[in-house]
Each structure stands twice: as C-alpha cells, then as structure tokens.
Design a protein around this ligand. Structure first.
Ligand code: ADP
Ligand code: MG
Length: 303
C-alpha cells in the first residue's frame, strides 16, 4: 500500500462521518468500489421509496460494481487481445439463425468449457455468425477475468513464421499457448504453406488439454486436408481438437446479405454446393473417444 493511500485511510478513520449514508460512501471509496459508489444514491432512493428491498439494494450496488469491473476488463482485453470488434451474445439474433441452438450457445457462454479445457469449433458458410459467436465467447471470457487472444489462422501463422525466422519460436509458442482462450478465426479462407501448417500444428498440440481454443471454419473437416496441405497432419490436428470439443454447425443464410434474398440463394448454390461437416450429437458435446472422422484421402478427392 502506498503512503498516500495509507494517509487517506488514516484521515478517513479520524473523520468518521455522522450519517450512515456518508459512512457507506466512505467505505466504498476505501474499498475502491467506484461503480457501487456512483450508484449508491439511486439504490438508496429506491430502497427509501419502497421499490427495492434491502436485499435488492445490496444486489444492485454489487451489480453496479461488477458491471464497472467487467467493462474495465473488456477495455483492457480489447487492447491486449487483438479482438477486432465488440460482439456479444445479446446482439446475436437467434431467430435469424434457427440452426443455432440457443441453449447450447448460452451454456457455452457460462464458460464451463474453459475450466474443462475444451474447445469450440464453429462451422458454416460465410456470414452466418461464426466470428460473432467466437468473439462473444472471448469477450465473456475476458469479462470474467481470463486472458484471451484473437487471430485469424493466417495472422497466427504469420506471427509463428516470423518468430521462427527470428529464432524466437519457443517464446512465441509459449505466448500463444498461455491464454485461457485463443480464437483461431477463418480457417479455410487463405492457403497455408506447409511450414505454416506445421507451426500451427505445434501450437495446437501445445494447447491440447491445457487451454481452450475456439476455431471457426467455412470448410467441413473433410476439406481440412486440402487447407493444411497434408491429410495426415490434418487428421492428427482434428483428432486433438475434437477430443474434448463442442461443435456448432451453422447452416443458414448470411446475415450480411439478409436484405438481399435473391443474392442469398444464388450465393449459397455457388459457394457451398454441398457444405457439411461432422454433425455433433444433440447436446453439441462429443463423447470422448467416440468420434468418427470419415476423411477422404487426396487421391479419393480427385475427380
Ligand atoms: P462469419 O464469421 O460466419 O462469416 P460473422 O460472424 O462475421 O460471419 O457475421 C457477419 C456480420 O453479421 C457480423 O457483423 C455479425 O455481427 C453479424 N451477424 C451474423 N449473424 C448474426 C445474427 N444471427 N444476429 C446478429 N448479427 C449477426
Ligand atoms: Mg468470420
């Protein structure tokens, strides 16, 4: 404790205010609870007016402090995590995307999967809200005080490649292995070099069973061999990722194009004539060791 804070507390103790309201104000300042302090008058007015019980008033006071703390955490996380935007569960319109199970998404936002070091994989065509939900999970995690980091697959691989060239790879792997939640967005949009794929595999192996990763892809698992340029490595990667994993398979229209119904149907046919991925069981939670990945070899995929 700094000397100035000690002095302020001593002064506060010496000059005990007379009214309970002033004492609460001083106690909240002493406890460094500015959110609660700011809402005190309003909460007490509701209690005095009879519209809030004492329990309500205490709950409201604490909620105001928690809300301020969470916002501060979010501001700090937006600086350090490279999250590209603020997207929250509250902003997600479930009625637009009926294939997304509200209970599954709400349950994921309770963040038990982080405690259990499970992964989340969001699959589906462009614009259906994969990044939105990945970011909203990261924001919920940041607000709960966890360290989060966001990158597209291409960004993460570039940073690993740069680190490898500068002989800092182990340090970079440690840094990216550390956050409780890593978002790997946009798997499948850009081609990856073989070295890049190997570096990413190393990162995912490092995080496996240590920390959660949320991944998004516009390609089903059967196409990951092509994305990573190596069927065997893609199979090993998918094996680790889905071992403890929740899969959210979104089938629907692009939210970006919601006002262009005619374009929607044209796009769907042109972009993803047969988009599909391994569907999870109803709960979205895959039973451990009970996963079957039918994957075609490069040879089988050739026309
Ligand atoms: P994807 O990552 O699947 O390509 P995004 O998550 O980037 O799609 O969604 C595209 C835009 O549409 C984003 O601005 C996102 O916030 C918004 N969006 C997508 N789905 C929904 C939804 N169901 N409710 C509200 N906004 C949505
Ligand atoms: Mg996206």
């Amino acid at each position: 404790m700094t000397t100035s804070i000690k002095a302020a507390i001593k002064t506060a103790i010496k000059t005990v205010p007379s009214s309970p309201r002033d004492r609460i104000r001083q106690q909240l300042a002493d406890l460094k609870m500015p959110g609660a302090l700011e809402s005190l008058d309003q909460v007490l007015a509701a209690a005095d007016g009879g519209s809030a019980t004492p329990a309500d008033a205490i709950e409201q006071l604490l909620a105001a402090q928690i809300s301020l703390r969470n916002n501060r955490r979010l501001v700090a996380a937006m600086r350090s995590s490279r999250l590209p935007a603020v997207k929250t569960l509250a902003d997600f319109d479930f009625s637009f995307q009926p294939s997304v199970k509200r209970e599954q998404i709400e349950s994921l936002h309770e963040l038990g999967f982080l405690e259990r070091r499970e992964n989340v994989i969001l699959l589906g065509p462009p614009g259906v809200g994969k990044s939105h939900l990945a970011i909203s999970l990261a924001i919920a995690a940041a607000q709960s005080g966890r360290r989060v980091y966001y990158g597209t697959l291409a960004d993460l691989i570039t940073s690993l490649e740069e680190a490898a060239q500068a002989w800092h790879l182990s340090h970079r792997l440690k840094t990216l292995g550390f956050p409780s939640l890593l978002v790997v967005d946009e798997i499948g949009y850009l081609p990856i070099t073989r070295t890049g794929a190997m570096l990413f595999f190393q990162l995912m192996s490092r995080r496996y069973e240590h920390a959660s990763t949320v991944l998004t892809s516009n390609k089903g698992f059967e196409e990951w061999g092509d994305i990573f340029g190596d069927d065997v490595m893609a199979a090993a990667l998918i094996d680790r990722l889905v071992h403890h994993c929740h899969i959210v398979n979104i089938r629907g229209n692009s939210y970006r194009m919601r006002n262009h119904a005619d374009l929607q149907s044209a796009m769907q046919g042109a972009l993803h004539p047969d988009f599909h991925s391994d569907s999870p069981p109803e709960s979205g939670r895959r039973p451990t060791h009970a996963i079957h990945h039918p994957r075609k070899t490069a040879k089988e995929r050739r026309p």
